[in-house]
Structure formats: C-alpha cells, structure tokens
Design a protein around this ligand. Structure first.
Ligand code: FMN
Length: 171
C-alpha cells in the first residue's frame, strides 16, 4: 500500500520576508499533489490541542516542544501501516526539523519496515536535521528519496513534484 501522511498548519506564517495568512498550509498543498498523482488520499496529523494562529505564539510553543522532545498528543489517523508499505511523509520545517506531532506519529510506526519518501516545505532551512531524526526514530524504515520545497513555491510546484514521484515509479 502507498499512503500520504502530512502535518500542515494553516493560518499566519512567515512567507518570503513577511507574515501571511495561509488558508491551506503549504505542506498540505504539496501533499495533495502527491496524493493525486498516486491516486490516494491525504491523512493529516492533527494535534489534539491546535497550534495558536498568531505566528509568534506558534513559534514559542514549537520551540518549547522541540527542546523538550515532546510527543504532542495527536488525533487518530485512521490508517494502518504494515511491513512493505510505502509512506510519503510531509511536514513543514519547524526550528530545523519536523514538528512535534510528527514525532508522535513516528512513535506509532517505529517497528514497521517501510519505504519512506520524506517531503517538506520550508523558508530556507530545507530538510534541516529531519532526515537524521527520521533515521533515528524509524530504525527499520528505508529512508528513500526526499524533496524540499520553498513554502512560497508550493502552489506552483506541480511539475517538480510529479517528476519526483515519477522517478520512484521508474525505480
Ligand atoms: C513554528 C514554526 C517554525 C518554523 N521554523 C522554520 C525553520 O526553522 N526554518 C525554515 O526554513 N522555516 C521555518 N518555518 C517556516 C515553515 O517551514 C514554512 O512556512 C512552511 O512552508 C509551513 O508549512 P505549512 O504551511 O504546511 O505549515 C517555521 C514556521 C513555523 C510556524
């Protein structure tokens, strides 16, 4: 089975030098492109306690969670993964890695032999340390090809995303 899972936060965000209000989060925009290409749906990771709308408040909480390596409580995804499955996992770069709710999700799949295609959106830090962090938290997974998209380019990244997906199908 192939599945697309992502965490994404709509609302006020830092975009190319100023704070902008995003109706749909950048990572979700990219996740939908991947899911459309694969012909599956997107499963969103959602924190039980939503992140604050104002950008600075959100950063303050994210920094606190990151320092404490918190596993923020999340809603159930309604997705069962098994050995041999392929997972496209998307997240925004928050403080140099994936947000805490993604860490929580990873703790639920750490025993599964998956092939993982990580993708992220960011404002300049790219994947940050997230690939190393994934390797540490998913020791049984094969971390395959990844892609980092600048947040402001998410909406127009269709061609880049589709050729990235097509590469995997070609082996
Ligand atoms: C709490 C927080 C921390 C962030 N930290 C970084 C960072 O360290 N490096 C970076 O390049 N972008 C950072 N960003 C910007 C996001 O990665 C970028 O806007 C991303 O596209 C947001 O994706 P989303 O709309 O799917 O949530 C941060 C944004 C937030 C809200």
């Amino acid at each position: 089975m192939k599945a697309v899972v992502c965490f994404s936060r709509p609302g006020a965000n830092w975009c190319s030098g100023s704070v902008r209000n995003l109706e749909t989060g950048n990572t979700l925009v990219v996740a939908r492109m991947i899911a459309e290409w694969l012909g599956c749906e997107v499963h969103e990771i959602e924190a039980l306690e939503p992140y604050p709308g104002p950008y600075k408040e959100c950063v303050a909480r994210a920094v606190k969670e990151m320092k404490a390596k918190t596993c923020t409580p999340i809603r159930g995804l309604g997705l069962e993964l098994h050995d041999g499955d392929v997972l496209y996992l998307g997240y925004p770069d928050w403080c140099g890695t994936f947000p805490s709710p993604v860490r929580t999700f990873l703790s639920t799949i750490s025993d599964i032999h998956l092939t993982l295609y990580p993708f992220c959106t960011h404002e300049g830090s790219g994947m940050g340390t997230s690939l190393d962090d994934l390797r540490e938290l998913l020791p049984k997974a094969t971390i395959a090809d990844h892609i980092a998209i600048h947040g402001s380019e998410a909406a127009t990244a269709g061609d880049v995303i589709h050729s990235w997906c097509a590469r995997h199908e070609e082996g």
